[in-house]
Design a protein around this ligand. Structure first.
Ligand code: AMP
Ligand code: GLY
Length: 419
């Protein structure tokens, strides 16, 4: 089978490495991929948001299956365009990807179907939003409605900060049209858990749980980033919590989407907070998380391609797969200055065996890999215990180098305190 993967970050590298193990996959293409992915797939220089170009290329080159990994092309409807040309895909249609594309939609869905989440109000009128935060409970959370690279969330500890946040999103339009509408919601407390799941619209099969580390600096200080490291499994996701999530969140969400005529197929990502009143949904993503995927897929015992096809065909209940009982840790190395501004173009040195290093931002020049993004790579190690996996990942990180490199030194520390 000829398979194309749309996207070009660490997540896509992990997906491609996993797909390569499938005996059914004979050729893999990445659109656009990156300098590191080029070792594992044929990279084609078409950007993930160039929908007509991607569709035309996939038809011309006879792709048998397309994995759409990033949020933008999903929300814009790439799966629909490819399906119209008869090409099956992994990922939701535009109608279903709205669960990530609009926070107002996902909040209303949860309210309608009784799925536990933070209390909220939605505003498209700035004056009304300002009026609301005069009297609401503080701290309060203000979110731009649309996609904002995980950055359109402001946690306001004071009323003044809430007013500033509304101005930033709705007046200065820091997140563009994403901020035409804001969701203002109750501040929840508790540990966070990410659960990625496979679903064919009827059956939902959660993957091993994970924990992201979103802030740029140690001790959860600094700005929010796309994610600076992950561990799996997440110790807060006990069997009891998992059972409660399945009953009150996962199955009701899949049924709700079907009921709304927006059957969701692909990977549905549940961003959860384990509050004292039980697990609640912080956000849904319509895709694999980055860098969650870099710890989850290496623990998969099964054929990823077969599973993906089953989500498309509606036969997910019949596929045999499980997750290893080992632990994994992924530490992300970024360019100094990320997530704000940073330099690119520094040569990356990797150890000879780098099967466990996923490249997020690099390009090839004269056979050398040069840094080409904020997040540059992720080192993933697997071991019998989390503590060993963390140690191994930091050992391996010592063998990686590029100028202006930085990484958090405390990935997994919080999780290790739990046990
Ligand atoms: P989101 O993009 O919705 O996942 O939000 C980004 C981060 O903001 C989350 O991972 C949480 O750490 C935090 N956050 C979002 N919503 C809330 C909330 N209602 N209460 C507390 N923290 C939140
Ligand atoms: N790591 C969080 C995300 O992929 O949205």
């Amino acid at each position: 089978m000829k398979v194309a993967v749309v996207g070009g970050g660490g997540r896509e590298h992990a997906i491609i490495r996993s797909l390569k193990k499938s005996p059914k996959v004979t050729e893999i293409y990445a659109l656009p991929g990156n300098g590191g992915i080029a070792e594992d797939a044929v990279c084609v220089p078409i950007g993930a948001k160039e929908l007509p170009e991607i569709t035309e290329w996939c038809v011309k080159e006879g792709m048998d299956y397309v994995v759409v990994a990033p949020d933008d092309p999903l929300v814009l409807g790439l799966v629909d365009m490819l399906n119209e040309k008869g090409i099956p895909c992994f990922g939701p249609t535009k109608a279903a990807a709205i669960i990530e594309g609009s926070k107002a939609f996902s909040k209303d869905l949860m309210k309608k179907y009784g799925i536990p989440t933070a209390e909220y109000e939605t505003f498209d009128d700035m004056e009304k939003a300002l009026e609301y935060v005069k009297t609401c409970k503080i701290p309060v959370v203000i979110k731009a409605d649309g996609l904002a690279l995980g950055k359109g969330v402001i946690i306001a500890d004071t009323r003044e900060a809430a007013v500033d946040g509304i101005h930033t999103i709705m007046e200065e339009r820091k997140f563009g049209a994403s901020g035409d509408t804001v969701v203002i919601e109750e501040f929840l407390e508790g540990p966070e858990v990410s659960v990625l799941s496979f679903t064919d619209g009827k059956t939902v099969r959660p993957m091993v749980s994970s924990m992201d580390h979103k802030r740029a600096m140690d001790g959860d200080q600094g700005l929010n980033t796309g994610g600076m490291g992950t561990i799996a499994p997440n110790p807060y996701y006990t069997e009891k919590v998992a059972a409660e999530c399945m009953e009150k969140i996962f199955l009701p969400t899949i049924r709700a989407m079907k009921e709304e005529g927006r059957t969701f197929k692909g990977c549905l990502y549940f961003g959860l907070m384990i509050t004292k009143d039980g697990p609640k949904v912080i956000e849904y993503n319509s895709r694999f998380g980055d860098p969650e995927t870099q710890v989850v897929l290496p623990l998969l015992e099964g054929d990823l391609f077969e599973i993906m096809q089953a989500t498309t065909d509606g036969t997910l209940a019949d596929v045999d797969f499980k997750f290893s009982s080992k632990s994994a840790c992924c530490v992300v190395a970024a360019s100094e200055g990320y997530p704000v501004s940073y330099q690119k173009g520094f040569e990356i040195t990797l150890p000879e065996n780098h099967e466990n290093i996923f490249i997020a931002g690099s390009r090839l020049e004269d056979g050398k890999q040069l840094t080409n993004g904020g997040r540059v790579l992720g080192v993933t190690e697997i071991a019998d215990t989390l503590s060993e996996a963390v140690d191994k990942a930091y050992e391996t990180m010592k063998t990686v180098h590029f100028d202006n490199m930085y990484y958090r030194k405390d990935i997994g520390a919080k999780a290790l305190e739990v046990k």
